[in-house]
Design a protein around this ligand. Structure first.
Ligand code: SF4
Ligand code: ZN
Ligand code: ZN
Length: 322
């Protein structure tokens, strides 16, 4: 197998593009796919301040790395969820990357700030851990970006993630979620920060290859709460199809992005404005929400209430670490 650019031995074959690349040409390919996503979807430019949500895994550290190399103003945001050893090790990887690249990093410590880790928060608010975690992360990404004057929040969802979410939304015909699924969610309220996914053109295998070739030290283990997640089942199904018919994931997701423009205004709303439901400010925290009190405040208040009945007396709140 030879590199399609220089005929040197290839390190990676990308069957959906009918191509193979040597290490330098793969890194060029990866970088150009990210740049193309940013330009074509008008995600941000060099004047914008970007907050990159980082977990310590290959996708988010690769995204942070490529944005810094491309000369974007990219700061990291790590949310410490308090999931035992997994959180400690992932935080170490993020700190290591930030130090090595002399990059700006913000850390929100959930247990210190809210008096409980994400699993306790889930239990006390009668949610499953991933639901409490997802809600907390969405809330904190927006809040931190707003508090610190960032223009956009970038998350590291790749083609595999997006195709699996799409498959799940289609299987259950989650029309509202389909309407919101886009690599760009524009701000539709002064307190709602724009969200983007610059890795949507690249597969999980490609982000892993990028991380390895760049020498990025990332956490390989998955969060213990991911075991048995429905999204992993959809990923497995898509991996099976991809092995038999290369290009399946790309065709599914990119095809959806094309089609949603065609049927915009009928079932789905146009790209990026799927969250246009009238927003107002939460009466407790001031963050944008469709209800009087936002979902995050409702969850934490319920969890705190439960804690008060156990511990007797209000929980002591720590302050955010930065
Ligand atoms: S697997 Fe669930 S709990 Fe773990 S980081 Fe992901 S969303 Fe959060
Ligand atoms: Zn080459
Ligand atoms: Zn609130």
């Amino acid at each position: 197998m030879r590199c399609v650019k220089c005929r040197e031995p290839a390190v990676l074959e990308i069957r959906r593009h009918n191509a193979a690349f040597c290490a330098p040409h793969f890194l060029d390919f990866f970088t150009s796919q990210v740049e193309r996503a940013i330009q074509e979807m008008r995600m941000f430019d060099k004047t914008d301040r970007i907050l990159v949500a980082v977990s310590g895994g290959k996708d988010s550290l690769s995204l942070w790395d490529v944005l810094l190399r491309l000369g974007y103003q990219a700061s990291g945001l790590y949310i410490h969820l308090g999931i035992g050893e997994y959180s400690e090790r992932s935080k170490e990887k993020v700190l290591l990357f930030a130090r090595k690249h002399e990059a700006d990093l913000l850390i929100v410590d959930l247990p210190a700030e809210y008096g409980m880790n994400v699993e306790e928060m889930a239990k006390r608010s009668h949610r499953v851990p991933c639901s409490a975690c997802g809600l907390s992360k969405r809330y904190l990404f927006n809040k931190v970006a707003l508090d610190h004057g960032f223009d956009v929040v970038a998350t590291a969802h790749n083609l595999d993630d997006e195709a699996a979410v799409l498959l799940g939304n289609l299987i259950h015909w989650q029309v509202e979620f389909l309407a919101r699924q886009s690599p760009v969610l524009e701000s539709t309220h002064p307190k709602l920060v724009k969200k983007v996914k610059p890795l949507y053109r690249l597969s999980e295998r490609e982000t892993a290859a990028y991380a390895v070739l760049r020498g990025i030290d990332y956490i390989v283990e998955e969060c213990p709460n991911s075991v048995g997640a429905r999204s992993l089942l959809y990923k497995e199904a898509l991996n099976f199809l991809e092995a038999k018919a290369p290009g399946t994931k790309q065709s599914l997701y990119w095809g959806f992005l094309e089609q949603r423009k065609v049927i915009a205004g009928s079932i789905l709303s146009p790209a990026g404005d799927g969250n246009k439901a009238s927003l107002r400010e939460c009466i407790h925290c001031g963050q944008p929400t469709t209800a009087e009190i936002c979902a995050f405040c409702r969850m934490t208040e319920k969890a705190m209430e439960k804690m008060r009945t156990i511990r007797v007396g209000p929980a002591k709140l720590g302050s955010r670490q930065e």
